[in-house]
Ligand binder design. Sequence first.
Ligand code: GLN
Length: 453
Amino acid sequence: AFNANVAAAQDALNAFIVATPEAAIEAAKATDAKRAAGEDLGRMGGVPIGMKDLFATFDVQTTAASHILEGFKPQYESTVSQNLWNAGAGMLGKLNLDQFAMGSSNETSHFGNVVSPWRKQGSNAPLAPGGSSGGSSAAVAARLAPAATGTDTGGSIRQPAAFTGITGIKPTYGRCSRWGVVAFASSLDQAGPMARDTRDCAIMLGAMAGFDPKDATSLDMPVPDWEALLSSDLSGKTVGIPREYRMDGMDAEIVALWDQGVAWLKDAGAKVVDISLPHTKYALPTYYIIAPAEASSNLARYDGVRYGLRDLPEGANLQDMYAATRAAGFGDEVKRRILIGTYVLSAGFYDAYYTQAQKVRTLISQDFAKAFEQCDVILAPTTPTPAFALGENVDDPLSMYLNDVFSVPASLAGLPAMSVPAGLSKDGLPLGLQIIGKAFDEEGVLNAGLALE
Ligand code: GLN
């Protein structure tokens, strides 16, 4: 049934880059066989999922939605996808995304934008599904898949989840292995589940997470059984409300949503306190220095020799081949990030930009550490607005970046953070609330998420 939904919705939503219906059927059959033999079905036995096309999948084209990787079929499997297959899940296909996960609307994909299944009341204008995990969010929201993988560098799980009325959690940095995940900004990249609700996220995160010696920043810690630990009783817990997130000119409906969230968490037994995260206003500029810096370094590997595309003009030497391949292979946003990244890392500007950003990143982490002396989790909106129309922000990168204002601080600090659908805008579009937790406390985050459902 899911395979049929994927095929039927492809023209309208463009959520998948490649569909793999046979793989999903194979997992279902394997689960049937296990059931018949009385064997354990695994945490996700037979569940068909969408795989963001940033995860390397054995012999299945893996592109990061970039022309430069078109036709690349990895001969290895990412740890996270392998963990999911080991848990019994099956792959419906590879999901569209912003190119190299750079974007907030899925409009930077080489394979065309994804369209959100949602519409504003009284309008048929196509809306952005969020990004960069826009294929994942659209697929889950449109019921093409019960769940999908996402990755989050500065909000790419949480923002698309908020835009499409689904649930997504970015765990603590290091929980999910980055091995086999196409790198964007290695000190920030983290995989996580996107699904219909908190329980499904808890189940899927349990299958994805775990120590991996192949990732030098992988957390060597036991993976709790988050599903078994779920409880919406928040008595004894304290929720912090960061005053710096109450920005000037914030939409009244976002303020109302946030207040509603506070009331729900109080109903669940939590105490609510005001907290301060004084360096919040520096988070966006800091992120948009560090992420491009790391990206410019990570993307140096796409040289036309090792992967995908090669553009070899007549009579070209090696340098010409690099230049032609990269000029043809990378999209505009990716080139913009590489230029910003090499600029902030260049000898004359390194201290003024990169070193400074690293210092501010530490201050932002310290803000959170201090705030968590007073509270267990933090509640904030996920995004400053509901989903915008496709095309609305494409010519204005700065306004696109501003969309990430509430999601990048937790990324810079490596903290677990989740978006749960919490209401509708006046135009009938989904709005998300965000819960940020202490490092390693996915349990606290999931439980607060459950209380908001
Ligand atoms: N929108 C942010 C960016 O473009 C975040 C992307 C992400 O988390 N992958 O960098």
